[in-house]
Structures are given as C-alpha cells and as structure tokens.
Design a protein around this ligand. Structure first.
Ligand code: MG
Length: 251
C-alpha cells in the first residue's frame, strides 16, 4: 500500500533529509587516499546523532554499520571497516539514512578518491545525471515507469547497464515502503504518481553487465564482472508544485 504524506509529514521528512544530506556532504569532504571506510561512517554517525536523529541503517535487518560504503566494483551495502583504506583512483559510493522525529531521509552519492579515470568519471557523472533526469519527470499524474525509463535511457545511452536486483522505494516512517522504483521500465507504466508520495530514486549503474552477487560477508553487493558501479540517491516528495528534493543541504 502506498502511503501519502501530509504537508506536515513532508516538512518533517525535509528535516530528516537535510540531516542526511549534511552527513553525506561531511563524508564527501573526507574522501581522500588513506582514509579508512570506518572513519567515514564514524563522522556520519556523529553528525546524525548530534542533530537528534538516528542512523537509519545501523542494525537495519542486522546491517553492522551506520552508513554503507561501496568501493569500485562494489555496488551497495559495503560494510565500513578499519581495514579498508581508500586508494587514489577509487570511486566510493556512500549511502546513508537519518531518522528524525520518526521519519527517514535516504540519500547516496559516489565520490572520487583523488584523480580517477575518465571512464570512472563518466560512469559517476552519468549516474548522477540519470537521477536528475528521473526527478524531473516525478510529477503528479505521471507513472513510476516514467522515472524508471528516464534513468534507463540516460544510462544506456552511454553504454552502461542498470542493476535490476535492487531498486528505489517509497520512504516515510519506514526506510522501505511501497512502491518499488525500478531503474528500468517503460514510461506510462506502473503505479500512478500522486501528490504526497515520497520516494527514494536511486540509480545503481554498472560499467559492464547488470548482474550482481553478494559477498560472503552477506551484505556487500558487487558486480559479477568486477567492473565499476556508481550510485546516487535522493529522497523526493511529489507535490502539486512538482518534485521537491528532501535530501538537499539548502532549499
Ligand atoms: Mg534507498
């Protein structure tokens, strides 16, 4: 069932989203060669707690970290570790959530560690562009498939493939609510977009093939062909005035 949020709830979700965006920005500034992924999680955790929120991912389904840090061929759900140190040329996808006054903000971005290859830069830029292309069509009266198609077309135009094993989702009091927001689909198909819907749009884009597998740590999702993957995500509200990004630093 798709829950529609009131204006008051969306305002609370904007607060949650801002806290998540701030934590993500802090992490982004820390991404440098020599930094352990555990350190990124520590800084995000500290900021979220300081704001009176809780890190949504910590212990979610047993996840053992406050953020997900996924490097290079890791797609999502990488576990922060003191032993995992960033190297020049790595692309680092950081995904995090903040729960504030009972509502969740969910956001992700891929960062560059020092100088990265042109191929990695193109993958990252395209993934981000596909997120914004999707947000533009998240309009009342549209369909979920409009979002999916915008992501898919943007990324496939560059020869990249979309992860199908994981999707975007509704967000609210729960991290994952209905509907699912696939990163592949056909415009004009799927659930209708209505004012009050809040969704996380999150293209997970692979340089090579779409297939993924989960590592023995039971969490880290990697590309089967070991090629690079990038991930960007915003939580957005669908309103009569169009899409509103809730996970931004500034209005
Ligand atoms: Mg999400």
């Amino acid at each position: 069932m798709i829950s529609l949020k009131t204006t008051r709830e969306i305002a609370l979700m904007r607060d949650a989203g801002r806290i998540a965006a701030q934590a993500l920005a802090l992490v982004g500034e820390m991404v440098k060669p020599g930094v352990a992924t555990w350190e990124l999680a520590r800084v995000a955790h500290k900021h979220i707690v300081k704001c009176g929120a809780t890190p949504t991912f910590l212990n979610y389904n047993g996840f053992p970290g406050s953020v997900c840090v996924s490097i290079n061929h890791e797609v999502i759900h990488g576990i922060p570790s003191k032993k995992r140190v960033l190297q020049v040329g790595d692309i680092v996808s950081v995904d995090l959530g903040a729960t504030y006054k009972g509502y969740v903000g969910d956001t992700a971005a891929t960062f560059a560690t020092g100088k990265i290859s042109p191929a990695a830069q193109l993958l990252s830029d395209t993934t981000k562009a596909s997120l914004y292309a999707a947000i533009e069509v998240a309009l009342p009266g549209g369909k979920v498939g409009d979002i999916s198609a915008a992501v898919q077309q943007t990324c496939e135009a560059q020869g990249f493939s979309l992860v199908r094993d994981y999707t975007g989702h509704g967000v609210g009091r729960m991290l994952h609510e209905d509907p699912i927001i696939p990163n592949v689909g056909r415009a004009g198909h799927g659930a209708k977009l209505r004012p009050g819907m809040v969704i996380a749009i999150e293209p997970m884009v692979n340089q090579g093939r779409a297939q993924t597998r989960v590592l023995h740590d039971k969490w880290t999702v990697v590309t089967r062909d070991n090629k690079l993957s990038a991930h960007f995500e915003h939580t957005i509200a669908i309103t009569n005035n169009g899409p509103v990004i809730l996970t931004l630093l500034e209005d």
